[in-house]
Write a protein that binds this ligand. Structure first.
Ligand SMILES: Cc1cc2nc3c(=O)[nH]c(=O)nc-3n(C[C@H](O)[C@H](O)[C@H](O)COP(=O)(O)O)c2cc1C
Length: 345
């Protein structure tokens, strides 16, 4: 059987098992939409503080925005207060969320200081209570899930226990980033711990961490027995990874995208950003995102520098079309490697 397969999260049936991770400051609506277009089977909002939603914080409310074309989309909430989480979940459902996810993995100091994110791993009964209250508060067709790390630190790898408590209280799936909070993003993901989480529960387990290539995704599925994979950093500026993972899991060739394909992706990204955020903000966000698309591409640095001057989206699209690819950065591709070696990019 192919490792690429449908997965059902509670009542939510998904065509495949390759997901795009919640990424603060990155996984905004147009980026999620792009991920969906390129093959992600489920996408998530970035972490949204429930108290922020409850208190009408404009930024938090803005994070709830979603596009009709990006479904299925999960909204990820962070908080330790069940009441605030329930209220925020309702606001997310009003905007069309297909799934509510509880963040139990964010390692950032200012988050764990307020007992949220990965700090919840220190209080599994509270996780159970939150899941139970969310489950009771949202309609039956909406799955409630959670995203955890394998534990707080090396001495407290309680991921399997946390996952079991969550399952017993109604969680429909659990995503596991194979690091502890203490590790932040250092070291390697612990596939053995992800396998232990998988062994502890009957709900789907989504393996996460360090999936940068189709081969990494296959290793994650084969080694841990998990039901799906979630890709974060590896897909930033590289949405082709979703399709390539699928192809590899299905036993088909999974070649890297060519420059031409990348150029088309860039033009598409610009259109999505401007449609979602308006021309002014769209162009500025594009300037930020363009670094991802041109990373490691010969002549990319000059290309980025030149595009900083452009304000008009139509001019920018024409610039990308003309400059990215055949004569990126004004250089013939054949010439470019010498400039890269000289530290141009
Ligand atoms: C910039 C950045 C922002 C992140 N924001 C979130 C977030 O909002 N919610 C969350 O659960 N995880 C967040 N994460 C963690 C990722 O979802 C993921 O678990 C982690 O990066 C490991 O997967 P990867 O190696 O595929 O990136 C973030 C990670 C990064 C690098």
């Amino acid at each position: 059987m192919s490792l690429y397969r449908p997965v059902t999260i509670g009542p939510l049936a998904l065509d495949g098992n390759v997901f795009f991770a919640p990424l603060s400051g990155v996984s905004t609506s147009p980026v999620r939409k792009l991920a969906r277009e390129f093959g992600a089977n489920l996408v998530y909002s970035e972490m949204i503080k429930a108290q922020g939603v409850v208190h009408g914080n404009i930024k938090s409310r803005h994070y709830l925005e979603m596009d009709p074309d990006e479904h299925p989309v999960g909204v990820q909430l962070a908080d330790a207060d069940p009441k605030a989480l329930v209220e925020a979940a309702h606001a997310a459902l009003d905007r069309g969320a297909d799934l509510i996810d509880l963040n139990c993995g964010c390692p950032v100091k200012k988050v764990v200081k307020t007992e949220c994110g990965a700090a919840l791993l220190k209080d599994p009964p509270l996780i159970g209570r939150i899941i139970r209250e969310l489950r009771a508060a949202v309609p039956d067709h909406i799955p409630v899930t959670l995203k955890i790390r394998v534990g707080w630190d090396g001495l407290n790898k309680n991921g399997p226990h946390v996952a079991k408590i969550a399952e017993d209280n109604g969680a429909a799936a659990v995503t596991v980033h194979g690091r502890t909070r203490e590790q932040l993003y250092s070291g390697r993901v612990d596939l053995e711990m992800i396998a232990k989480v998988k062994a502890a529960v009957s709900i789907p387990v989504i393996g996460n961490g360090d999936i940068l290539t189709p081969e990494d995704a296959k290793r994650m599925l084969e080694t841990t027995g998990c039901d799906g994979v979630m890709v974060g950093r590896g897909a930033v500026g590289n949405p082709w990874l979703f399709g390539r993972i699928r192809a590899h899991l299905e036993g088909r060739p999974a070649p890297e995208p060519g420059v031409d394909e990348k150029r088309k992706g860039l033009v598409r990204m610009l259109a999505l950003l401007c449609a979602s955020h308006g021309d002014y903000t769209g162009v500025r966000m594009m300037r930020k995102f363009v670094g991802w698309f041109t990373h490691g591409v010969p002549g990319g640095k000059r290309f980025r520098g030149d595009m900083m001057e452009i304000e008009d989206p139509a001019v920018l699209a024409a610039f990308i079309d003309a400059r990215f690819g055949v004569r990126l950065g004004g250089l013939d591709e054949d010439e470019a490697p010498a400039r890269v070696a000289a530290g141009e990019d």
